[in-house]
Design a protein around this ligand. Structure first.
Ligand code: XIL
Length: 380
């Protein structure tokens, strides 16, 4: 009799113990879920976190790349597939296969889809570059813009309408568009884009936009477009930066300068080179050939820890500033998903090993990733 009682008691205790254990495990699982697991969830209340994607990634050729893209990012930009020479290679030929897949990828993942870029002197279709007559140029450019914007109307939410129209001193670049159409082309192309999709965000995008002379040029350019009555919504600061430049103060001044004009500010091509570039070397001839020069490619195998730390600190400082001005910044896009894919392995010197992004060549998060995630850790 006694032993039966003991048996029941033991049985009841066991049930109680199992229930408690399950409850604890459930609570633990819930805690894990509420901690940010990705960049996009960590920064969801601040700004979009984007990545530029290349053709292979659009085709889903690398499963690690796809996994990181889907887990970490909520915006995409096409690295090359929508540039004039690729999307519109001949006067009457548009190449929509990859651009369509690109847009489908963004839609499938519920991402803010960016178009890059409609009017740019570089990677320009040769047939367009050869037009000398202003009426012909205007007709072709309008057709180019409206065909592409129209096709993705309502799907692509923001376009880099004009890319890199400025010289370093802030004057207008002598591009084929300026030469053939005169400076009125700037406002005109914004109008054509808005006509094709009135709800689209329209951006001016350029590099070195934090440097004072070029910044003044960009401010003047935006004002001119605004004064003409055309719609412009944002300035894209490309943000191809280095460990030291531009300074946080310069970046802050430019955020303020563009947002004062009513512009949404976005960092559209962020990467931080850890390598020297020809123009950093005093007296170096930029045209000098540095290809194969080992002093210009000091980390061919692995990035030393000390530089990894500097990169993490640089990203931390940059993102602290972005958070400070989150009310003015709508998007921060990295120019690539991982280091192996970065264009900086081949530019401005071919065949180097650079480490400018947040994920390493094996798609693992680097110290820089953790440093910007830590800024959003609510337990701090
Ligand atoms: C770069 C791509 O990353 C490269 O793959 C390509 O060979 C050249 O163009 N500014 C821009 C981007 O607006 O389109 C450029 O992208 C980098 C500089």
């Amino acid at each position: 009799m006694k032993s039966t009682k003991l048996f029941y008691l033991l049985f009841a205790f066991l049930i109680f113990f199992t229930a408690c254990k399950e409850n604890i495990q459930k609570e633990e699982a819930e805690t894990v879920v509420t901690t940010p697991l990705s960049l996009k969830s960590a920064y969801k209340d601040n700004f979009y976190i984007g990545a530029a994607v290349n053709a292979g990634q659009i085709n889903g050729e690398n499963t690690s790349a796809s996994a990181v893209l889907e887990r970490e990012f909520n915006s995409i930009t096409p690295e090359n597939v929508m540039k004039s020479m690729n999307i519109h290679p001949k006067v009457d030929t548009f190449n929509f296969e990859l651009p369509d897949k690109y847009v489908a990828l963004g839609e499938k993942n519920n991402m803010f889809i960016v178009g890059h870029t409609l009017v740019w002197h570089s990677q320009l279709s040769p047939w367009l570059e050869q037009i000398k007559d202003s009426t012909e140029m205007a007709n072709q450019l309008k057709n180019h813009i409206q065909t592409i914007v129209g096709r993705y109307k309502g799907k692509i939410k923001g376009w880099d309408v004009v890319n890199e129209a400025l010289n370093e001193d802030g004057t207008l670049r002598e591009s084929v568009f300026l030469k053939v159409l005169g400076e009125g082309y700037l406002a005109q192309v914004f109008e054509w884009a808005a006509e094709a999709d009135p709800n689209l965000e329209l951006y001016y995008n350029d590099y070195n936009l934090c440097q004072s002379a070029k910044k003044d040029g960009a401010v003047a350019l935006v004002k001119k477009i605004q004064d003409s009555g055309a719609k412009i919504d944002g300035v894209g600061i490309q943000a191809h930066w280095s460990l030291k430049e531009p300074s946080i103060e310069e970046i802050e001044n430019s955020i303020l300068a563009y947002s004062t004009l009513g512009m949404k500010v976005m960092f559209t091509e962020l990467d931080v080179t850890v390598l020297k570039n020809p123009w950093d070397l005093q007296g170096a001839d930029v045209n000098q050939n540095f290809e194969g020069d080992p002093t210009m490619n000091p980390y061919p195998e692995v990035l030393p820890d000390s530089i990894q730390m500097q990169l993490a600190k640089r990203y931390e400082d940059i993102f602290k500033l972005f958070l400070k001005h989150q009310d003015k910044i709508t998007r921060v896009t990295f120019w690539g998903i991982n280091d192996g894919q970065s264009w900086l392995n081949g530019w401005p010197i071919k065949g180097r090993t650079n480490y400018p992004l947040l994920f390493d060549r094996d798609f693992q998060p680097k110290k820089a990733y953790h440093s910007i995630m830590a800024l959003k850790d609510s337990r701090k």
